[in-house]
Each structure stands twice: as C-alpha cells, then as structure tokens.
Design a protein around this ligand. Structure first.
Ligand SMILES: [Zn+2]
Length: 275
C-alpha cells in the first residue's frame, strides 16, 4: 500500500482495541507523540492492521517506533497519518513510569471541555489530547451486545479470504473476539465550570484483559475490570490522565473517547498546569 513518505519517531501512547474493517480485516487506531521534532506533536496512525502485521513490526504502548508515514488526506484531522506498516520498527521500550515521565511531562495538557468546544467550531481543532482527570465521579460497566451482524460479516469475510496481502504479510490472526463489557468513566476535567463528561474506555488493554479472563462469569469479569481499570488506575496514590481522541465522522467530531489511561504514581507525574 503506502511506500515511503516522511520518516518519523513516535512514542506510542495509544493502541485502541481492534475494530472490524471491511477493507483490512480488523484495524487499530494508534496514536502517540512525535519525539523527533521537538514539538511533541500528536500523531494518529490509521489504518494499522495490527494483528496482521509481521512480528517484527508489532509494537506495544510506550514503545518508541520508527517508521515512514504520509498525511492521511481524506481525513481533515491534522494529526492523521497513514503509516507504511512494513517500515515500522521498535527502537526502544519505556518500561517504567520513571522512563516515560521525561517524554510525557513535556506534552501540553488540555481539557475535555476545551477539546469539545474547539472541535465543534473548527475542523482543524486538535483531535487528540492529554487530559488530567480532576475527579472521577463514577463509572458504568455494562454488558457489551457483541458484534453487530455487519461487523461479524466483515470479520468472516476477512478470515475466509485471508486477503491481507495488501500489506504483504502472511500473518493470519485468530478470529477477532467481541468485547464482553463496556466501561465508561464519568469524570470532571480541570476546566473551572466543567459540567462533567462521560468517556468510554476504548483501550486495547481493556479488550486484552477481557480476553485473558474469557472463561469468567460476567459478574466476576466486571469485578476484575473494576479492580484494575477503576480502583487501581484512580487510586489516591496515582495522578491519572486520559489520552483522548475523537471520531473522523464530521457529526461526531466533538465526541471524545478515552483511548488510554496514564496513571503514574502521583510523585512522578507533572503538576497540572494548563495553558
Ligand atoms: Zn470538562
């Protein structure tokens, strides 16, 4: 598919859960921060048929990757790029919170209130951002209805065809498992008059966690999810932020979801200074 483009070094902070795709089997939205330009610009890489990539192109959250990419011109969100997936190489993994801090603390914080209001009026407004959570009000954990008929058809088609040679890979992953639960946070950002927001957690980590405990009852699974994705990540000893992103569709531009949670010990995180 894409050949060459611009060379970039990106710290991956977001790897969203795979979604069925008509064209690519299933794809993942990846986002991160450029570490080769000094500007710490946000970059969204799409499509990444992650599960179909060769092992040496697969990467994790908090990996620094090198790749070629080009602007995704059909997407007016300025952060969107199409990666040359064959060119992706992991150059470093930032293992602990201390190692991530020097990079993440340089990222400008914003608020969900601001992301939403800017996206409503301006198509070129930021579509990705890091938001410090002022207060977790509560959360909801609902049973997921599973794939829709349309999503299931996309999955079946891609598995039957094994057609991922558009990426030049021979990897054939297992059938994409539907999520069993949906987690939404209700929280306030640091904007003075913040009315509170709902944000669904779309992180692949949450999907993988559910897959790991697939033989659990729904009740037990919910307990486990709550323990890790609520109690642990929002412990008073943590300083918790969200990596937020919106949707490509124009009518959904002002809707932002939680693409990832950043939850270092309070002493490690930067102080919340907005603006
Ligand atoms: Zn707010």
């Amino acid at each position: 598919m894409v050949v060459n483009g611009e060379r970039a070094r990106i710290l991956v902070t977001v790897k969203a859960a795979p979604q069925p795709s008509a064209k690519y089997g299933d794809t993942v939205c990846v986002a991160g921060i450029r570490v080769d330009t000094g500007e710490h610009d946000w970059v969204r890489l799409y499509p990444v048929p992650f599960r179909w990539l060769d092992a040496n192109s697969q990467f994790g959250k908090y990996d620094i990757v090198e790749l070629f990419m080009r602007r995704r011109t059909q997407d007016s969100r300025k952060e969107s790029y199409v990666p040359d997936t064959q060119s992706i190489r992991v150059s470093q993994h930032l293992d602990g919170w201390e190692e991530r801090t020097p990079f993440i603390n340089d990222v400008a914080l914003t608020t969900t209130c601001r992301l939403m209001s800017e996206a409503e009026t301006d198509h070129a407004a930021p579509s990705l951002g890091m938001v410090s959570v002022a207060e977790l009000i509560d959360f909801t954990l609902e049973e997921h209805p599973g794939w829709s008929a349309e999503e299931q058809a996309k999955i079946d088609r891609s598995m039957a065809a094994g057609e991922m040679d558009v990426f030049g890979t021979s990897t054939q992953p297992t059938k994409l498992r539907a999520p069993r639960v949906k987690l939404r946070y209700r929280y306030r950002c640091h904007e003075e008059r913040c009315p509170g927001h709902f944000g669904q957690n779309l992180d692949w980590e949450l999907r993988a966690f559910q897959n790991r405990f697939h033989s659990d009852s729904i009740g037990r699974l919910k307990e486990r999810v709550e323990q890790r994705f609520v109690d642990m990540m929002f412990s008073p000893k943590r300083s918790t932020s969200f990596f937020m992103g919106n949707f490509e569709a124009a009518i959904k531009r002002s809707k932002f979801s939680v693409l990832g949670v950043y939850w270092p010990p309070a002493g490690v995180a930067s102080k919340v200074t907005l603006f």
